[in-house]
Ligand binder design. Structure first.
Ligand SMILES: CC(C)(COP(=O)(O)OP(=O)(O)OC[C@H]1O[C@@H](n2cnc3c(N)ncnc32)[C@H](O)[C@@H]1OP(=O)(O)O)[C@@H](O)C(=O)NCCC(=O)NCCS
Length: 160
């Protein structure tokens, strides 16, 4: 299995929507209904919005949008927004069959490498409080819970 982490390009948009849809269905099974997930994907992962974000990630250094390609096929992605010395991890999703193989860790590490170059001192994220896979992954990667916001935990990681 060869894994390559690189910036997403506009040609990846269809695959990106498919990865998001599959990952959302797996992650939020029993948390959100299928209908809710479909609506979310249609709205937040519309082709138009994603093309815009991918394009911005090439022109604006403060938006990181990276894909993990396994044997050249998109398996997952990470999106991070940097504001001065703070970063917010907006999205990190893998296709279910590619979870538990350290690909998420590699995506996060690559994003953190770039964050550190930009002298980011802390990264925050929101994760659903019932998303046990996500929460345990973030704990194992140095994040701690800082607070609760509705149904989400706010997690934080500080960098030297
Ligand atoms: C969270 C996610 C990005 C982690 O990436 P990953 O490559 O699967 O994780 P890694 O292999 O680097 O890390 C493994 C740890 O993550 C968790 N984990 C990852 N996949 C898991 C799975 N299929 N079942 C249970 N736990 C899992 C466990 O804590 C695991 O630790 P362990 O090996 O001691 O059991 C990935 O599992 C994923 O996309 N999950 C669904 C989407 C999601 O929850 N995203 C976060 C939303 S905010």
């Amino acid at each position: 299995m060869s894994v390559e982490i690189r910036k997403l390009s506009v040609e990846n948009v269809e695959a990106l929507i498919e990865v998001a849809r599959e990952s959302w269905k797996w992650t939020y099974e029993g948390i959100y209904s299928d209908e809710y997930i479909e609506n979310w994907i249609r709205e937040k992962y519309s082709k138009e919005k994603l093309l815009n974000e991918i394009t911005r990630s090439w022109s604006e250094p403060d938006l990181l949008f990276l894909g993990a390609f396994v044997d050249l096929k998109l398996a997952g992605f990470i999106e991070v927004k940097i504001k001065e010395d703070n970063a917010e991890l907006l999205r990190l999703y893998l296709k279910p069959e590619y979870t538990h193989r350290k690909i998420g860790r590699d995506l996060l590490s690559e994003a953190e490498k770039i964050m550190k170059e930009k002298v980011v001192s802390e990264c925050t994220l929101y994760v659903h409080s019932q998303n046990h896979v996500g929460i345990s992954f973030y704990y194992k990667n140095g994040f701690t819970v800082k607070g609760i916001d509705g149904s989400d935990f706010l997690m934080i990681k500080k960098y030297e």
